[in-house]
Write a protein that binds this ligand. Structure first.
Ligand code: CA
Length: 338
């Protein structure tokens, strides 16, 4: 048995390519009864003043698939759409969080991207977070869902809302040209890329941004990790310092986000969560987005990085910096103290 599973494990490694293991805090509940959940939610919504606690208890402790079943049952018994009913019953950050949970991860990302570009001006921070942190597989799905939901191409919207090298970088990432990780380590290419990144940046006057963009948007993550390590052999500054010296503004933020995600994506989210919660008036939008979009992906690992980085658990930090029903929902998604 052990041999067979080892063999299958190796097969997954060789051919699965991008199948990232999941570290969720929200998992399917056993003995699931969608009709009973739907009925309890209907009662909670109809209760005078709304019974938020019951709604939170149910929807933050079911997987997305289970929430979809509940929504289906809800529509059958209440004759209305669950998201619309939640919108009417809840408000503020709790409403945004719950409506986020009713979407699939790709639907949620697509909607957040759309919202970041809606109207005048652009929420570059959100745009950078999503585009620079999602992998090929996730981005392919986001683009598909974006097209279905908004009848537009994500690339076109990004091109219309951004400009210059910032636009070029985001568009190269959205085009999902990144190599899948390979079993063969190409030391020559690692060395070439490290030298090219150095020569395009600190070594020359100005910056050859095109070279930076092509290497960072097309190479696999394990390859780039080795490139950044080798980079230090050529450059007196590491990759992040070089980025800070060479470029500014949204382009700088995007390159830094990319490098942080290549190095340790969960640490990136842990750091962003910490900053958002400690910001004056807590940036609830950012907190909600990370908690909702990662709770069925890697929030368990983000919790570990969070504790390591901030010397305080995510759970305690949420308890300290947020309040009310919104806090109850966040703590439930967090899934426990560390
Ligand atoms: Ca330079």
């Amino acid at each position: 048995m052990a041999l067979v599973s080892e063999f299958l494990g190796q097969l997954t490694l060789s051919y699965g390519g991008d199948i990232d293991p999941k570290f969720p805090t929200v998992v399917p509940v056993p003995d699931f009864d969608p009709a009973r959940d739907a009925a309890r939610i209907e009662t909670a919504i109809k209760t005078k003043g709304v019974d938020e606690q019951t709604i939170i208890d149910i929807l933050t402790r079911r997987s997305y698939e289970q929430r979809r079943h509940i929504a289906f049952e809800y529509e059958r018994i209440a004759k209305k759409d669950l998201s619309t009913a939640l919108k009417g019953a809840l408000s503020g950050s709790l409403e945004a969080l719950m409506l986020g949970l009713m979407k699939s991860t790709a639907q949620y990302d697509a909607s957040e991207l759309k919202a970041s570009m809606k109207g005048l001006g652009t929420d570059e921070e959100s745009l950078i977070e999503i585009v620079c942190s999602r992998n090929n597989e996730e981005m392919v799905e986001i683009k598909k869902v974006y097209r279905e939901l908004f009848k537009k191409e994500l690339e076109k919207d990004i091109a219309g809302d951004t400009s210059g090298n910032f636009a070029k970088l985001l568009l190269s990432l959205v085009q999902t040209k990144r190599d899948e990780p390979s079993n063969v380590v190409d030391y020559e290419k690692i060395d070439d890329d490290a030298r090219s990144l150095y020569e395009a940046g600190v070594k020359r006057k100005g910056t050859d941004v095109t070279t930076w963009i092509s290497i960072m948007s097309q190479r696999s993550v394990p390859h780039l990790q080795k490139v950044f390590f080798t980079f230090n052999r050529y450059s007196p500054y590491d990759m992040k310092e070089s980025i800070r010296k060479e470029v500014k503004g949204d382009l700088e933020k995007s390159f830094l986000t990319l490098v942080e995600c290549f190095e340790n994506k969960q640490l990136y989210f842990a750091s962003r969560l910490g900053e958002a919660m400690k910001a004056k008036g807590a940036k609830e939008k950012v907190v909600t987005r990370i908690m909702v979009s990662r709770c069925e992906v890697d929030l368990m690992k983000i919790r570990t990085e969070f504790k390591r980085l901030h010397r305080r658990s995510l759970y305690q930090t949420i308890a300290e910096h947020t309040k009310g029903d919104y806090q109850v929902a966040l703590l439930s998604l967090c899934g426990g103290d560390d």
